[in-house]
Write a protein that binds this ligand. Sequence first.
Ligand SMILES: [Zn+2]
Ligand SMILES: [Zn+2]
Length: 337
Amino acid sequence: MAADTDREIPVHTLSRHPDLWFEDGNIVLQAEDTVFKVFKSVLSKHALLFADIFSLPQPSKEQEQYDGCVLVKVHDEPKHMATFLQAIFDPTFLLGDSCSGHEYAELLRLSTKYQAHSLRRQVFTFLQHDYPDTLSKYDHVVGDGCQCSVSRGVKGRGWALDAAVANAARDADAPLLLPAALLSLYSAGMDIIVDAGSSGLLQPLNRDVLLKAIPGMWSLGKELTFEPLFSEQMHITTKCNSTSTGACFRNRHKLRAELEVAPSLMNPVTPVSFQPGGTVAGFCSSCQKAVQERYEKVRQEAWDKIPEAFRLPEWDEMRKREEELYSTTGPGSGAIA
Ligand SMILES: [Zn+2]
Ligand SMILES: [Zn+2]
């Protein structure tokens, strides 16, 4: 891992990480100007790539030392390496509130890179609660019901976390997290997608996929989930008791006009409240029933088509891929194929 470019940082300017400096440790890792003194055997056991790195024969005179230990340089930001080492050396770190959604995204990337399979599976499970692969789990987390402690604050999560998860999912070969992360970004609107792309917070691939998804998502909503709103008929249903200038007629045109101005509002699987005061309130009971019946009938179909709209493999294929990551030598210790 050592690279000549890193040798420019003089040893006396290195700073010891306050929490990840064990006096009796036996290996020193250097990330930019920060050094961590930890335990070789523990790191090797939990992160297979380190086992490989430590086993590489090094000519002794070229091997750099720090505080009496071999110095290994890693090419990660110090704060990311600190999070990774904390997850390995502090068993309580992942359990409490100390680890943020952004740190989880980074852990997904680093646990994949360093082949820390058990950690990766744990992190993936946490992230998947908030970025689920089934419609019922999506409703649980996006609807009002979720009180789970595993949630990394999906309620308050902003598009920046969605972008971080989408980026990490690409880097860590975890496509199963992508549909929900991309869907959330998609609903945030085109302005945000474009801005996030230009500021570098969203990888170009994710930005392009989102922009190209507009027509597909639009037709999923228009032709599938919300078809009754867009039909050519004068009324949503023949049982409508509103006149051609009445509430149903006006509401329907207003809704359609809003969606046409901002196509990203058209989330074909969005949980819609059919209760009084909900989005579809204002229609007569017959029209509301017609919209609701259609919605309930086809929303699963729309969910099944979301990966295709984002140019991803089918759900089952992505599930299989996630399992294959661990299957070579069993969960928690398999090598990535
Ligand atoms: Zn929950
Ligand atoms: Zn009506």
